[in-house]
Design a protein around this ligand. Structure first.
Ligand SMILES: NC(=O)c1ccc[n+]([C@@H]2O[C@H](COP(=O)([O-])OP(=O)(O)OC[C@H]3O[C@@H](n4cnc5c(N)ncnc54)[C@H](O)[C@@H]3O)[C@@H](O)[C@H]2O)c1
Length: 333
C-alpha cells in the first residue's frame, strides 16, 4: 500500500481527507499536525487506530526533515495552515511563518527524501477580488489579506520547487468549504451557533459579499481525484459553481432552524474585505471527470443537522471564542 502523509489532518478539511483515505483502503495514512487552536483529533474519532499521528509543527524544519526520513512517504497532501482571514488581520506573523516557511520546510524535506507526489492545498483567495467572470488556473494572483498573501506565497513556492528541483507537485485552489467539524470562527458554524442559542447573528457590512460554496466531502473527493489521477505538475481549481451572497447563506440557515431574520445584526465590515471570488473549474471537470454531488440545500441541511447532533463539541469550541468575537464583530454606531 502507498504511504500518504497528510499535514493538517486534524483540521476541518484535512480530517475529511484522512477519513476518505482510510475508507479507500488503498493507503497507509500518517498525519502531521501541531494541534493549533483549530486542530482537534476528535475529528478523527471514526478512524481511530487506522492512521498514525505525529504531533509536529511544520515550522520546525529539523523535525520535519527527520520525520520524512523515518516515514518515507510516497505521497504528501499538504493542508496544514493558519486559515482564518480575520485572525490574519489581527496578527499576521504566524500566517507567514506557518503558511510560507512551514510549506518550505515540507518542500525541502520532500525533495531530499524523494517522493512520488506533493499535493498542495491552496485557495481561490489567491486570485483576489473577481468582480466579473471567473479565474482560471492561469489567471494572475492578486491577494488582498495577510492570509491570502501567505497562501499565494506558499503556492508560488510549490511551483518554484517543481521548476527548480523537478519536485513532482500538484496544486489545488479550492473555493469556500462548509460542512461538519468546521471551527466556529467561519461563517456557517458561527451562524448555526448563534441561531441555535437565540443570539444576534453578526453579518459583515450588508452581507452582499459573494462566495462559491463547496461542501467539504465534495472538495475532498476532488482532492482525492487529483491524488489518484492528475498529471504531475498540473494545477486545478475546485469549486461548486454555487454562488451566494453571505446574507443569503445566513437566511437559509435561519430558515432551516426555524429562526426569525430579526436575529441578523449587521456589523462593521472586515477591513479590505474581498467582494467576490469565482473560479472556473472546467479543467478538473474535463480532464479528471470530477464534479461536486451536493447542492446547497442538501449540504446546508446536513451541516445544520450535524451541528445539532454535536452541540457539545460546538459549545466547547465557542467557550474559548467570546473575546475573539468581540474583537472582530463590532456593532455599527
Ligand atoms: N476552509 C476553506 O474554505 C478553505 C478553502 C480553500 C483552501 N483551504 C485551505 O485548505 C487547508 C485546510 O483548511 P481547513 O479549513 O481545514 O483549516 P483548519 O484551520 O480547520 O485546519 C488547519 C489544520 O492545520 C494545523 N496546523 C496549523 N498550523 C500548523 C503548524 N504550524 N504545524 C502543523 N499543523 C498546523 C491545525 O492544527 C489544523 O489541524 C488550508 O491550507 C487552507 O488554506 C481552505
Amino acid at each position: 500500500m502507498k504511504k500518504i502523509l497528510v499535514t493538517g489532518g486534524a483540521g476541518f478539511i484535512g480530517s475529511e481527507f484522512v477519513r476518505q483515505a482510510v475508507y479507500a483502503n488503498q493507503y497507509t495514512v500518517e498525519v502531521v499536525d501541531s494541534i493549533s487552536y483549530a486542530g482537534d483529533r476528535a475529528r478523527l474519532k471514526s478512524v481511530w487506530g487506522d492512521y498514525k499521528f505525529h504531533k509536529v509543527d511544520i515550522r520546525n524544519a529539523v523535525l520535519i526533515h527527520s520525520l520524512f526520513k523515518k516515514i518515507r512517504p510516497d505521497i504528501v497532501v499538504h493542508f496544514a495552515a493558519e486559515t482564518h482571514v480575520d485572525r490574519s488581520i489581527l496578527e499576521g506573523q504566524v500566517f507567514l511563518k506557518t503558511n510560507i516557511l512551514g510549506t518550505q520546510a515540507l518542500l525541502e524535506a520532500a525533495r531530499h527524501q524523494g517522493i512520488e507526489r506533493f499535493v498542495h492545498i491552496s485557495t481561490d483567495e489567491v486570485y483576489g477580488d473577481v468582480i466579473k467572470g471567473s479565474s482560471t488556473e492561469k489567471s494572475p494572483f492578486s491577494p488582498n489579506s495577510p492570509y491570502s498573501v501567505s497562501k499565494a506565497g506558499a503556492d508560488m513556492l510549490v511551483s518554484a520547487y517543481a521548476r527548480t528541483y523537478k519536485l513532482p507537485v500538484n496544486i489545488i485552489r479550492a473555493s469556500n468549504n462548509y460542512g461538519p467539524w468546521q471551527y466556529p470562527e467561519k461563517l456557517v458554524p458561527v451562524v448555526i451557533y448563534k441561531a441555535l442559542n437565540h443570539q444576534k447573528v453578526p453579518v459583515y457590512a450588508k452581507g452582499m459579499n459573494v462566495r462559491e460554496w463547496l461542501y467539504v466531502a465534495d472538495c475532498v473527493r476532488g482532492i482525492m481525484t487529483v491524488v489518484q489521477k492528475a498529471k504531475i505538475g498540473e494545477v486545478y481549481n475546485i469549486g461548486s459553481d454555487i454562488y451566494r451572497h453571505n446574507i443569503d447563506i445566513v437566511r437559509l440557515i435561519l430558515k432551516i432552524l426555524g429562526r426569525s431574520e430579526d436575529l441578523i445584526q449587521f456589523v462593521e465590515d472586515r477591513p479590505g474585505h474581498d467582494f467576490r471570488y469565482s473560479i472556473n473549474c472546467t479543467k478538473i471537470h474535463r480532464d479528471l471527470a470530477w464534479k461536486p454531488e451536493y447542492d446547497l440545500k442538501r449540504g446546508l441541511a446536513d451541516t445544520v443537522r450535524w451541528y445539532c447532533a454535536n452541540r457539545n463539541w460546538l459549545d466547547k469550541k465557542v467557550s474559548y471564542l467570546s473575546e475573539y468575537w468581540n474583537k472582530v464583530y463590532k456593532v455599527k454606531k
